[in-house]
Design a protein around this ligand. Structure first.
Ligand code: SF4
Length: 647
């Protein structure tokens, strides 16, 4: 396929984009503490400009200190921010890219701990999820001041050399809140009728247009649907789209959802591909300006098809470009099979960012499949000054990543795996319903290994003797963790299994299941079994379900489990199991479950028994991933990558 449509240029006013690929605004938390530019932010964007995207849009940028959404967010509420962002636009332009900035006000969808006072909103109604403080309803004067602050910020955007400005009118933030009846119950000129609810959006568009026209175009990010009861609907979006254009919008960028909606505003793994495209298509029918479609448009093939079918004029590809900044260039060069696929896990990107909102403590976001994201310059792969013989024990994700990185650095790499295939627990994850996309990443890793100089030994259980026979100078132990059956008092006969037994279908499971532990693997095992029609109870000793999960994934998975009538018990512990009864302590009270149960353990124990012997033999040893401490593929891949950079 030659991707004729996707790679064709487009003119938007004075702006010409070289192709139809748009990286939408996505929160990164890479800005400085005061909201200014950092080298990290510049390196992140220049990597994607070099990769060939038509337009990059900087994340939701605060127009006012009380409009902040997350810590480490870009800010444009003062002229002092202009020089820093000039450096960013200059750097992107030097790489042949074009860059826009999205302007936003969080409204009620923020935290007082972040902004230092009560969040603001159209009415005193809390957001449905994540940020649930009751906001202060804005006065008319305050609304007018917010319109002005958008205009002032847009002037700064223009002066900083951006190629376009986008208004964030979607995803449950302030402008969207005014549009949505479930957030806006005002009785004045900004509420009740659609015309009134759209007034803030239209005033902001006019204000910005008057400020930046004709120099740079104005984009508007519009929800085609809130997907929430009482929310903004497609019918309304179709009605206001021409009003936005009349007010001055040059491009409509169509999205959907708010935090707490279903489908989610950031559709991840398990969500349909191209899920918001029908909304863009409907809006495109009523306006003459270009329309951008979004929502899990993962592949260039899908993007080309959407353009061919005239459902949109440009394609928003967000997390896809986090995962592989060079995707546009690879499309151009006919190397689509080399694109590193985003699996939609959300783990290192949006979940870390939202974890930052919740705790007001940001971990820098990254990408599960692209561990260098956010550290593009500081942690780029560079050739080693000394070629070493590196033995990697364990061919799971951490071991593979360590092998690929060490190989790219010029080392002589041997990768030993005791099973007959590489991939480790990623094979198990890919078996969970809705998580099949992990197999695309596995395929990508296998291709990379085949292209590399890594010598792979399968069915090779390594002991101390064989370690020495390989004569390595460095050993990386990526031997993972094993699920363990647990000791239970009072039983027998009763069936005891591990999560792997279940997910690999090695076991004959009864109809009543008790899953012990509500970490992600426990909840996903429960989901897998409920999918098979089993009656499932999950017991968790702690106070929280999914403590190792991000807020979106947890909200989604727990919601599904509840719908499927999976019983979730916290502060609960199994004390005895008999033939037809299970005894639990739940919140200090004894509780019995009747029936014949299979019991599933989610307890994992690091598999690193060789480490002591290797260290005693004087070899340099690194332990990565679950072999160090049972966690997830994300940590294993990061540690594999960064360990191989150290050698
Ligand atoms: Fe995609 Fe997961 Fe990477 Fe986010 S962390 S960009 S969802 S692969």
């Amino acid at each position: 396929m030659d991707f004729e449509k996707l790679l064709s240029p487009i003119d938007i006013g004075r702006l010409t984009l070289k192709n139809r690929i748009v990286m939408p605004a996505m929160g990164t938390s890479y800005a400085a503490e005061d909201g200014g530019v950092t080298d990290q932010l510049i390196n992140y964007f220049t990597a994607r400009a070099r990769g060939g995207a038509g337009l990059l849009i900087v994340e939701a940028t605060a127009v006012h200190p009380l409009g902040l959404i997350f810590k480490g967010e870009c800010c444009m509420f003062d002229d002092t921010f202009i020089p820093g962002f000039k450096k960013l636009t200059q750097a992107v332009h030097d790489c042949g890219g074009k860059i826009a900035m999205q302007l936003a006000h969080g409204g009620r969808q923020t935290k007082s701990a972040l902004i230092g006072s009560r969040p603001l909103g159209p009415s005193a109604i809390p957001a449905p999820a994540l940020c649930t403080e009751i906001p202060k309803a804005l006065t008319i004067d305050e609304i007018h001041a917010i319109v002005k602050s958008f205009g002032e910020a847009a002037r700064r955007v223009r002066e900083a050399g951006f190629d376009a400005v986008e208004i964030h009118g979607a995803h449950g933030y302030l402008v969207n809140q005014f549009l949505s009846p479930n957030a806006n119950q005002r009785k004045d000129s900004y509420g009740v009728s659609l015309k009134n609810r759209a007034r803030l959006a239209l005033e902001i568009v006019s204000e910005i247009k008057n400020t930046v026209s004709p120099n740079i175009p104005v984009f508007f990010r519009l929800n085609g649907e809130d997907y929430l009861e009482g929310g903004f609907t497609l019918k309304e979006a179709v009605e206001i789209a021409p009003w936005l254009v009349q007010a001055g919008a040059d491009v409509l960028h169509v999205s959907a959802g708010v935090y707490g909606s279903y489908p989610p505003t950031i559709p991840l793994i398990g969500s349909d591909l191209a899920c918001f495209v029908p909304l863009a298509e409907a809006i495109k029918k009523v306006v003459a300006v270009p329309v951008i479609a979004s929502g899990r448009i993962k592949t260039p093939f899908l993007a080309e098809k959407i353009l061919e079918e005239k459902k949109a004029d440009l394609i928003s590809m967000g997390r896809v470009l986090m995962a592989d900044p060079d995707m546009p260039q690879k499309i151009k060069e006919g190397k689509t099979e080399e694109i590193r696929p985003c699996v939609g896990c959300g783990q290192a990107c949006i979940e870390r960012l939202l974890g930052g909102i919740k705790t007001v403590k940001n971990d820098p976001i990254s990408c599960l499949v692209n561990p260098v994201m956010g550290r593009e310059k500081a942690c780029a792969i560079y050739p080693s000054s000394q070629r070493k013989r590196v033995l990697i024990i364990g061919g799971g994700p951490g071991g593979i990543q360590a092998a690929l990185t060490a190989d790219k650095r010029g080392h002589d790499v041997i990768l030993c795996e005791k099973k007959n295939e590489l991939g480790g627990n990623l094979h198990v994850v890919a078996k969970i319903p809705g998580k099949e996309e992990f197999s695309e990443f596995l395929e990508y890793l296998f291709k990379e290994i085949r292209k590399s100089g890594v010598k792979v030994f399968l069915n090779r259980e390594v002991d101390l003797k064989s370690v020495k026979e390989f004569k390595p100078e460095v050993v990386i132990m990526a031997t993972g963790a094993d699920f363990q059956k647990i000791e239970i008092a009072g039983i027998y006969p009763i069936q005891l299994f591990t999560a792997t037994d279940v997910l690999t279908e090695k076991s004959d499971i009864l109809n009543h299941i008790l899953v012990i532990g509500a970490s992600q693997i426990g909840l996903e095992t429960a989901y897998y079994l409920s999918n098979k029609g089993k009656g499932v109870t999950v017991v968790e000793e702690g106070d929280h379900f999914g403590p190792d999960m991000g807020p979106i994934g947890r909200f989604d998975l727990i919601g599904t489990l509840i719908k499927r009538k999976v019983r979730l018990l916290k502060q609960a512990r199994l004390i005895r199991a008999y033939n037809s009864q299970i005894d639990l302590i739940v919140k200090d009270k004894e509780h019995n479950l009747k029936g014949d149960f299979s019991i599933i353990s989610t307890k994992q124990v690091s598999n690193n028994t060789l480490s002591e012997g290797i260290e005693n033999s004087g070899l340099t040893l690194y332990i990565v991933g679950d072999a160090l401490r049972p966690r997830k593929a994300l940590e294993a891949i990061e540690e594999g990558y960064y360990t191989a950079l150290k050698i």
